[in-house]
Design a protein around this ligand. Structure first.
Ligand SMILES: Cc1ncc(COP(=O)(O)O)c(C=O)c1O
Length: 387
């Protein structure tokens, strides 16, 4: 049976293939230290797990659920936005629960893109923006980000491009993989740019509360409601990536378009997951203080490891990664392979996030301190790089 033509435009996700190789190495007895993946290893809030298990015998807990999610869940999401971003959202119309923010990338693309529409995508950036654009037969147009401009888009360059076919622009702040943070100024400029060129601007914001003192939402920017959407999720914020719970927030009309797609694809989210998520979303400051202290401690260790690997990195970043610039001339794919095979340490080469990621390595903080120490120990001396 031949696959649809659109499949020729995408490749299997890097981690889907690479993890197979890593698992084979493990099955041969290699003790692999995984600094590659951004999947939180810490536990969710206890109360969220209790709420999930206590809900299992509620009426209709095993039946189909509302396409829009429980009102109580949407209220908790609106409360989360009010508490962390000082934004007031109407839970009836301006919040839609999703199965993770990743799902939202597909739904938004299906709801707003026609074949041939152009989509502005950050380079480096999360690979799903490109692959989903291709799957809906839109045209990815990359905009370069780099260290010299703090991984922020250059709007003067963008304005000089032919934007007539651009329908959608993805931004992702705090940025993965670099950890760069946006400012109110750049978000305000981006909203003005989107308004001027009639572009739907979407911020993918799942890292908003990780190692970030000043969480920002695109939706807080005046004028954003009519041309912007934002994705968020409980994956990183509450260590619940496997629960697959996220949200899209924004204007009612746009949310309704997304619901039109989504309600034709799934039949609601499992009740217990919604009940647990409601509780997680209401977590107080103590949750965030403890979580961020753990990540901060781990990050100090990953910085030590990064120093041994060579190159340089910035310290004032958000999110759950250290983004290491390897010494000039070092190929990151080869280097990552070398440390996987020589030291059994799995890292992600920056190339998988786009050509602007060449020469970088992404190191995850989703690993207990003892394992990071073990990685530091395995690399006895600062590594030499051929250039
Ligand atoms: C930039 C970015 N967006 C979205 C996602 C997907 O997250 P979720 O678990 O909310 O679907 C990830 C996951 O790694 C990510 O890095």
């Amino acid at each position: 049976m031949t696959a649809a033509n659109r499949l020729a435009s995408v490749q299997e996700y890097y981690f889907s293939k690479k993890l197979q190789e890593v698992n084979e190495m493990k099955s041969r007895g290699c003790d692999i230290i995984n600094l590659g993946i951004g999947s939180p290893d810490l536990l969710p809030p206890n109360e969220a797990i209790d709420a999930l298990s206590n809900s299992l015998l509620d009426n209709n807990s095993n039946g189909y659920q509302s396409y829009r999610g429980l009102l109580e869940l949407r209220e908790a999401m609106a409360h989360f936005y009010a508490a962390h971003f000082s934004i007031s959202l109407d839970p009836l119309t301006e919040v839609l629960p999703l199965m993770g923010s990743k799902e939202g990338i597909m739904h938004i693309s299906m709801a707003f893109l026609n074949p041939g529409d152009h989509v502005l995508i950050p380079n480096p950036g999360y690979p799903t923006y490109e692959s989903v654009s291709r799957l809906v037969e839109a045209v990815p147009v990359f905009y370069d980000l780099d260290e010299t401009s703090d991984w922020l888009p250059n709007l003067d360059h963008l304005a000089q491009m032919d934007l007539s076919k651009v329908k959608l622009m993805w931004i992702n702040y705090p940025h993965m993989p670099s950890g760069a943070k946006a400012s109110v100024k750049i978000l305000t400029d981006l909203v003005a740019f989107a308004q001027k060129h009639n572009i739907l601007l979407v911020n993918d914001n799942p890292y908003s509360l990780i190692l970030n003192d000043q969480p920002l939402s695109l939706i807080s920017i005046p004028g954003s409601r009519h041309c912007c959407l934002e994705l968020n999720s409980i994956s990183k914020t509450f260590n619940m990536s496997g629960w697959r719970v996220g949200m899209v927030v924004g204007d009612k009309i746009m949310i309704d378009h997304i619901l039109k797609v989504k309600s034709n694809m799934d039949s609601g989210m499992f009740y217990g997951l919604q009940k647990g998520s409601i509780v997680a979303l209401q977590s107080n400051d103590q949750w965030f203080d403890t979580l961020n202290k753990t990540y901060n401690d781990r990050r100090q260790l990953v910085w030590q490891l990064a120093e041994k690997l060579g190159g340089h990195f910035q310290k004032d970043n958000a999110g759950m990664f250290v983004w290491l610039k390897l010494p000039e001339g070092t190929q990151s794919i080869e280097f990552s392979e070398r440390i996987l095979h020589d030291y059994h340490i799995f890292t992600t080469p920056g190339d998988i996030f786009g050509s602007q990621g060449k020469g970088y390595l992404r190191l995850s903080l989703c690993l207990e301190a003892a394992r990071i120490k073990e990685a530091i120990h395995r690399i006895k001396h600062k590594l030499k790089h051929d250039s």
